[in-house]
Design a protein around this ligand. Structure first.
Ligand SMILES: [Zn+2]
Length: 466
């Protein structure tokens, strides 16, 4: 057997579980071989990490690459998207793959394998999205679970875009997932409330971006979340609420957990950093996303939910549409493709606004961006934490460095940025993916196509994340 290359990262402060302590990290081949005081060890490559944090690579389980939506396609493909991911410290991601009309559900995996081939720089997985739950599609649910894609997403809105499923179908999908060891992810916004509001606003000439937010009030989310919780109760199935952005939603999830329902919720970076005030600007279409950005008081509630565990994790909901495409909404908000590019910004923003500003502790930050997403979506123990034997997915992070986040300092493929001139504390210095140095300062060293498909399996003991 050829000798595996070794790398020794010396003297950094590693975040392992709830502790932060000085640990040397030995990488052998693709894995972490040892952690601890390794002063007598030698390695092929030695890196001085004193003054730096040693973090597990970030895991982003909510991204939309090559996503065809509202007459456009997202500009992040498996090269540009994973490049931005790597610069943002993301070493594993899970992408949504929409069911194609008339095709088997298994094709959702094949489509992404084709898209990733020769392009992906980091490891990736797939969430199949069911939009037409015919009996044949329902029968295929155990097959996609078996193929390593056990998390299936459905939408309760976007009827006109062809994404919405009916509630009775949602129940059938959840029952099938429960039997086969899967989990249902739901975009929980009530379509009826939204469609009625949009019609009313547009017909009265209220077409500016702020009316996008007003057409999708927190109550639209709350109503849909209540229905999902009811389904979780009726079926005993596991339900994951994506991009939660309502204060009452946080309370509903908290109460459901106390009741013992198998329910988990995430929020996304932009709801924690930006408010609906952005939509009042002349270029407010930049910040049109769904659910919409909310008030400051709701934002404060979301941070509270993250701190106390009612919200389990933070993802980016990366949906990167070009400025040209966003301009479809220049005259009326309902024609703007909904979405914000964010895969690169999440780790930095969460550290800067969360840890550096004292809102969350450093170990909690690591749980939110790495450990819990990996645990919930079946990527652990290979991904999401620094353990001997795990994949050597590691971020070296300078907690003191200051920089300005804007279109010029980010690497995402959009020709605009939702984050304009945000002062950031903390900077990614190096990123390793399976033992390979892929980001070194402002250089990307990763070879196209090195990223691998991750076959996932959900934890059968169904441990609830804290
Ligand atoms: Zn999304």
């Amino acid at each position: 057997m050829p000798k595996m290359r070794t790398t020794l990262i010396r003297g950094g402060a590693a975040v392992i579980g709830q502790t932060v302590s000085q640990q040397d990290v030995l990488i052998q081949g693709e894995h972490i071989a040892a952690l601890g005081k390794l002063s007598d060890h030698k390695a092929d490559i030695e890196i001085d990490a004193s003054g730096l944090l040693v973090l597990p690579g970030a895991v982003d389980t909510h991204v939309h690459f090559n996503d065809m939506f509202m007459n456009t396609i997202s500009v992040h493909d498996y090269y540009t998207g994973t490049l931005a991911a790597a610069y943002g410290g993301v070493t594993s991601l899970i992408d949504f793959s929409n069911q194609v009309s008339g095709e088997p559900l298994m094709n959702t995996l094949k489509i992404k394998k084709d898209e990733a081939k020769g392009k992906a720089l980091v490891d990736w997985g797939v969430h199949p999205v069911i939009t037409q739950p015919t009996p044949n599609i329902l029968e295929e649910i155990p097959l996609v679970v078996e193929e390593g894609a056990p998390s299936v997403k459905c939408y309760l809105t976007y009827r006109e875009e062809g994404l919405m499923v009916k509630e009775e179908d949602l129940k059938r999908i959840l029952e099938s997932l429960q039997k086969s060891g899967g989990m249902l992810m739901v975009h929980a916004e009530d379509n009826e409330i939204i469609e009625e509001n949009v019609k009313r606003f547009i017909s009265s000439g209220l077409s500016k971006p702020i009316y996008h937010a007003q057409s999708r009030p927190p109550e639209a989310e709350n109503r849909a979340i209540r229905r999902c919780l009811q389904l979780a109760k009726e079926t005993g199935g596991r339900v994951f609420i994506v991009h939660l952005a309502s204060d009452e939603g946080v309370e509903l999830i908290g109460a459901a957990k106390l009741e013992g329902l198998d329910v988990i919720a995430e929020t996304c970076t932009h709801y924690l950093i930006l408010t609906e005030k952005m939509l009042e600007r002349d270029d407010g279409i930049k910040w049109i996303c769904s659910p919409p950005l909310r008030s400051q008081s709701i934002q404060d509630k979301l941070w509270e939910g993250l701190e106390d565990g009612r919200l389990a994790m933070v993802t980016s909901d990366d949906a990167a549409y070009s400025w040209e495409a966003k301009l479809y909404g220049a005259q009326r908000f309902d024609e703007c493709p909904n979405g914000i590019p964010g895969i690169e910004a999440r780790l930095n923003l969460l550290y800067s606004e969360g840890v550096a500003k004292g809102r969350i502790a450093l170990p909690r930050f690591v749980e939110l961006v790495s450990t819990t997403p990996a645990n919930v979506f079946g990527l652990a123990p290979q991904k999401g934490s620094l353990n001997s034997g795990s994949d050597a997915d590691i971020v070296l992070f300078d907690p003191k460095a200051k920089w300005n986040m804007n279109q010029q300092t980010l690497h995402m493929a959009t020709d605009w940025s939702a984050y304009e001139n945000i002062e950031i504390t903390g900077k990614i210095v190096k990123v390793f993916s399976r033992g390979e140095l892929i980001i070194d300062g402002n250089r990307c060293l990763a070879e196209k196509g090195r990223g691998r498909y991750i076959r996932r399996r959900l934890d059968s003991s169904r441990q609830k994340p804290t």
